[in-house]
Design a binder for this molecule. Structure first.
Ligand code: ADP
Ligand code: ADP
Ligand code: MG
Length: 449
């Protein structure tokens, strides 16, 4: 097992990884930008190194500074968390060059799945159903229009290097195509440094259902069931749950089989998520694979009892999976709410500032993963996620009741958060029925804003 691990991240996921390391008896090394010196992940780690100024490009995304800290601290491995460099094949390769284990899949697997257009091609070859669309990226507006006519409008233009819901545009007809292509390319270039785009059929009212997979270096590969992530705003997840109210045993088995095939096609190692869209008839289509731990992993942990982050670390250290497929048992229901420092009453404007009061909920079935505490300053430079509340119950009704109780207990002052919106959502009859799709929140709940 490793002696020392550097966590190349900040906020709640850095805290989550530090906790996993501590349970495994591994020493932890935090890194921080000048804006994050007083943050929780720095306080909890055994050692901490400043890696540069506040803007992420000069700190959390700056590979030379991270490698320098890793060398100084003498770590055996780096955990990238999610976001930042987690899906950067170059970073994974650089770590290898320096003799540092990257806790994640191979640079090749990251690269194949990282370009979503290439991932689609790989999946088609592996016999995994994909959303109808272009073979690879589109090289011209004419090519994009031809494909759109062929599959039928509406279509989505998607950034090949995309993530976090960015660089995606809808086009309902030929006229809208020109503007959609231009703006998707522009956002893709600005956000990912790669303007390549591809075309997909725009599915009406699908659900987002994803399968968690886990593979070790000894050829064992398992799935840990699905997560439903259809409550979204601007294609970003806000509430997730496991299992999905829309998935029965037969659909679960078919989706899991496809996800395992997807992972095997790239010789996957570590924790990964295969994302699908599911239509009302139970047809499912691959959209992408995230080659990292995911924000919503705790709901899977809650229903399986398996610690995904510890398992990731063990796998990277060369240990075989600590369980087999037959050992995976699903127990009860779990829901997660992402607590973002945003004002849902004002177009979700980011709400940075000092947290003057912070009292987390507790009690039966409640877990809170947070990156802040009372007195923390929410920085404008980074993602607005400050905490996650996870509620577990024997069934969905109990999980919802516990989440409602926890959100009512949560006392946060000094910043605006998405908590009031979640209380509104949880109270709705359609949510309670599980009758949601990826545009449900925007079309049915946020209509006034
Ligand atoms: P998850 O499915 O884990 O919830 P998200 O799409 O919410 O994934 O992404 C998690 C975090 O990673 C967010 O902060 C998001 O902005 C960031 N992220 C995801 N993909 C990329 C990417 N390709 N480049 C940069 N940041 C990304
Ligand atoms: P990202 O890499 O930004 O996470 P995804 O391809 O995973 O992008 O898609 C993000 C979200 O966008 C999905 O969860 C879904 O809500 C929506 N979406 C993506 N592709 C389609 C599609 N073909 N039809 C309808 N909605 C889609
Ligand atoms: Mg996605």
């Amino acid at each position: 097992m490793f002696n020392k691990v550097l966590i190349a991240n900040r906020g709640e996921i850095a805290v989550r990884v530090i906790r996993a390391c501590r349970e495994l008896g591994i020493r932890t090394v935090a890194v921080f930008s000048e804006a994050d010196e007083d943050s929780l992940h720095v306080a909890l780690a055994d050692e901490a190194y400043c890696i540069g100024p506040a803007p992420a490009t000069r700190s959390y995304l700056h590979i030379p500074s991270l490698i320098e800290a890793a060398s100084k601290a003498g770590v055996d491995a780096v955990h990238p968390g999610y976001g930042f460099l987690a899906e950067n094949a170059h970073f994974a390769a650089v770590c290898k060059t320096w003799g540092i284990e990257f806790i994640g899949p191979s640079p090749e697997a990251i690269e194949t799945m990282g370009l979503k257009s290439r991932a689609r091609e790989t999946m088609m070859r592996a016999g995994v159903p994909v959303v109808p669309g272009s073979d690879g990226t589109v090289n011209s507006d004419e090519e994009a229009m031809e494909i759109a006519e062929e599959i039928g409008y509406p279509v989505l233009i998607k950034a090949a290097a995309g993530g976090g819901g960015r660089g995606i545009r809808v086009a309902r007809n030929r006229d809208e195509m020109i503007e959609a292509l231009a703006s998707a390319r522009r956002e893709a270039e600005a956000t990912f440094g790669n303007g390549a785009v591809y075309v997909e059929k725009f599915l009406e009212e699908p659900r987002h259902v994803e399968i968690q997979v886990m593979a070790d270096k000894h050829g064992h590969i398992v799935h840990l069931g699905e997560r439903e992530c259809s409550v979204q705003r601007r294609r970003q997840k806000l509430i997730e749950e496991a299992p999905s109210p829309a998935v029965d045993a037969d659909l679960r088995a078919r989706m899991a089989e496809a996800a395992l095939r997807a992972a095997a096609a790239v010789d996957y190692v570590g924790a990964g998520t295969v994302e699908f869209l599911v239509d009302r008839y139970g047809n499912f289509y691959f959209i992408e694979m995230n080659t990292r731990i995911q924000v919503e992993h705790p709901v899977t942990e809650a229903v399986t009892g398996i610690d995904l982050v510890k398992e990731q670390i063990r796998i990277a250290a060369g240990e075989p999976l600590s369980f087999r497929q037959d050992d995976v048992r699903f127990n009860g229901w779990a829901i997660e709410c992402r607590i973002n420092a945003e004002d849902p009453g004002n177009r979700f404007l980011p709400s940075p500032g000092t947290i003057t009061a912070w009292e987390e909920p507790g009690g039966p079935g409640i877990r809170v993963d947070s990156g802040v505490r009372a007195g923390s300053v929410v920085q404008p430079y980074y993602d607005s996620l400050v905490a996650k509340v996870i509620a577990w119950g024997r069934d969905r009704e109990e999980a919802i009741a516990r989440m409602e109780r926890a959100l009512a207990e949560f006392r946060i002052e000094g910043i605006k958060t998405t908590v009031p919106l979640y209380r509104e959502i949880l109270a709705r009859e359609d949510f309670r029925q599980g009758a949601v799709h990826t545009r449900w929140l925007e079309e049915e709940v946020l209509t006034g804003s």
